[in-house]
Design a protein around this ligand. Structure first.
Ligand SMILES: [Zn+2]
Length: 342
């Protein structure tokens, strides 16, 4: 796309967020699902990207999985004005059935695809064909109703590329709107009070899951810091290897155990190539890690982590990002990452 087309795309996207008429937060979940799937899946040579509505449903379930938890004093938030959103009911039931364990729910293949099917039906009747309506206008710049068949929508040429390129910016916009919408729902005002942790509640990772990941990674790295190799004598910190700010990927393969000091120095930077090589070897190619995650029913998906890493380093290369080596040492992203991630 040309710079002008990029701008038009962003303007249209902004319009959906600002002017689209919605009483539920489905709009935000749908936009986030489109952006995430554009990163995780490759478009066709003609630039179009077919997406099954069940794949969008899978993303909805993931997003709402943590949002259905009680927010404060055992009270859950509403995600719709009026009646609670239907997806929330279904996800809450599934959460109870699998004791909150998403990986376990996903592993129960038959029940999971039935759940995806149900949520897909809700998406088809609710947000899918309303998303691109602003005022009395329909602006079909993402996908067209006329192209829908066999349970798939098709992102128009260039849309997947734009979603990939602007993923960080769009996520920021989507989440801002999402938080505001939740705050605006009258039923939530009392529950929210003057709390300030709503964004991390809506989009963060559950603390309990973090602790379980930490145990697995400590074992997998034999107690050593992933970045400097020295022993982690205290609790240590769990770092998102592909920074969470760039893409919120909460599968075990994207976590490493590190010293607080190393983790703080790395912040939201991508790691330099020696780290990347070691990550690939230990976390992606290692069946050992997958087995450990599987044994503890934690989310595990090496293929997805690799795809997201390729996207993140390609983004980094095109913006000439600095890669973090150690302490305050950085290196310009250089050719070579493609070899490591091929
Ligand atoms: Zn360290």
């Amino acid at each position: 796309m040309s710079a002008e087309e990029d701008l038009r795309f962003l303007r249209n996207f902004q319009r959906l967020l600002d002017e689209g008429a919605f009483v539920s937060t489905y709009k935000f979940a749908l936009l986030q699902a489109l952006a995430d799937l554009a990163v995780e899946r490759n478009p066709q040579p003609d630039g179009r990207l077919p997406l099954p509505v069940t794949a969008l449903a899978g993303k909805f379930i993931e997003y709402f999985w943590r949002q259905v938890l009680p927010y404060k004093d055992g009270k859950a938030l509403a995600y719709n004005t009026g009646r609670q959103a239907a997806v929330v009911h279904r996800v809450r039931e599934a959460r109870a059935q699998y004791h909150g364990n998403l990986a376990e729910a996903q592993a129960d293949a038959g029940a999971w695809s039935a759940l995806e099917g149900e949520v897909a039906r809700i998406i088809r009747t609710m947000p899918l064909w309303k998303l691109q309506t602003v005022g009395n206008q329909t602006v079909e710049f993402l996908y067209r109703k006329a192209d829908y068949r066999d349970g798939q929508i098709i992102l128009l040429p260039g849309v997947a590329a734009a979603l990939r390129q602007f993923h960080g910016l769009l996520t920021h916009l989507i989440r801002g709107g999402w938080v505001t919408q939740v705050q605006r729902i009258a039923a939530n005002r009392q529950i929210l009070g003057d709390t300030t942790d709503l964004p991390s509640f809506l989009f963060g990772i559950e603390r309990q899951a973090l602790n379980r990941f930490r145990g697995v990674l400590r074992e997998h790295q034999q107690g050593a810091c992933f970045y400097c190799g020295r022993r982690v004598t205290n609790e240590g910190e769990l770092d998102h290897f592909i920074p969470w700010a760039r893409y919120p990927l909460d599968v075990g393969q994207n976590f490493v155990l590190a010293h607080g000091q190393c983790n703080n120095a790395k912040r939201d930077f991508l790691a330099a190539l020696p780290h990347l090589e070691r990550w690939r070897e230990r976390n992606i190619d290692s069946t050992e890690l997958a087995r450990r995650l599987h044994d503890r029913e934690l989310p595990s998906d090496g293929a997805r982590a690799l795809v997201v890493a390729r996207w993140a380093y390609a983004q980094g290369a095109s913006s000439r990002a600095q890669l973090w080596v150690q302490g305050r040492e950085f290196r310009q992203v250089a050719a070579g990452w493609e070899q490591v991630l091929r």
